[in-house]
Design a protein around this ligand. Sequence first.
Ligand code: SF4
Length: 489
Amino acid sequence: MPDIGLLFSEKNFEYDVYTLVKAFYPQAEIMIAYEGEEPFAREPEIRMSVCGTDDSFVFTIAPEGKEAVVRTKAVPSGAGRADAKNILKQLVYTALRDHSGIELPWGDLTGIRPVKIPMSMLEQGMSNPEIAKKMRETYFTSPKKTALAIAVANREKDLLDKTDLKGGYSLYVGIPFCPSICLYCSFGSHPIDRFGKMVDPYLQALHKELENTAAIMAGRKLTCIYIGGGTPTSLDAGQLDRLLSLIEEKFPMKDVLEFTVEAGRPDTITEDKLYVMLAHGVSRISVNPQTMNQKTLDLIGRKHTVEQVGEAFAMAREAGFENINMDLIAGLPGEGTEEVKATLEKIEKLRPDGLTVHSLALKRSSRLNYLKDEYAGISFRNSEEVMDSVQYSAGMMGMQPYYLYRQKNIAGNLENVGYAREGCFGIYNILIMEEKQTIMAAGSAAISKYVSDDGRIERTANVKDIYNYTERIDEMIERKETAVRDYLK
Ligand code: SF4
């Protein structure tokens, strides 16, 4: 992959342009410079430049030793910042598309919530064909991705319209412990065998934070509860029981539509934990294989077997869970369409109620990123073919897509999609994506999101480190109290 030098005439929209160039050249090193400031650290193989004037943008691609391509696009007078950004992205996208011969499935959309666009068009009263036309013309999204985004937007809107969100909130609780740390993990989870001593102090601080959250949100309706992490079922049955009892006792459970616990790793699921969850009203769990290929499971450090996934799933069904989601990752090391299809065949036999597929995202803080040289010979590819297989398989299991988002550095520049059967859609997932309701989050690294009546969104973040979390819990509680007072009058 070539080194690319990206020169800007001014500091404006540089992140949008950088992300677009990166989407076309994911392996390339991209150097950024500004006119009149420090030049590139070394001479790039391809120079690109963005120049903005009052009434136009000029984008130039100059490969070393070849003739430069210069493209210009006018900015109509009176165009706002959002329109100007769209015009620049269209200019850069079409120039890079023509230069590289590559069409990106999501066109020039670089944000993590592509569904927000059809969603806002639906809210303006536009029809699906009108939205499709507008998306294709404005953002160059492929017909498949356009259809997917519109289908998800319609389902989300339908579900949200039926949900009474006014004045209510949802609750997230983070348990940052796992049986072992997966190679691609960027959640800052802790292996429970090494950090076992921290579990009780952590839970003590968490209980305090939850009690306070219940108190400051008193009088408001609770819509969804989501316990994630980490792997919440890394806790033993007693610890889990105490946590769920506290939630049940302190929070208003009457109107809760969905109570999810990410059981996640099958090697943490036991009969007694399943009954504890059922006894406290947990309505939805996730049993996450990520892949049903043993070789890959071993490689990514999951430390459980394919058989354990089937056993944990059967145990949960037997116990009485009627909404079980399974998570898969597309683009795992060494896996292509054949491997994913083999996984899907095994999943189909289990017949889960939801299937969430994530495209592998190479996060800076993951071990996979630190060790990437060690895995240099192994492919991490995702493709539309893989995502199509998942969509087909989900359809065969009677599921529909209901939420979708993208991440930075996502394999194949694709997306994460949640599918579920009617009645099993994960409402909390939609709330997180659509930012239509306040989410009070407790636990280390948890981020609370306050949505005020006028739609304004503010956030407060807890510290990431679990030692810091236990020591500084009062400070975080105070921060949340102030935020609720200031943003949710
Ligand atoms: S199960 Fe999830 S949170 Fe735990 S180590 Fe693996 S990726 Fe991280």
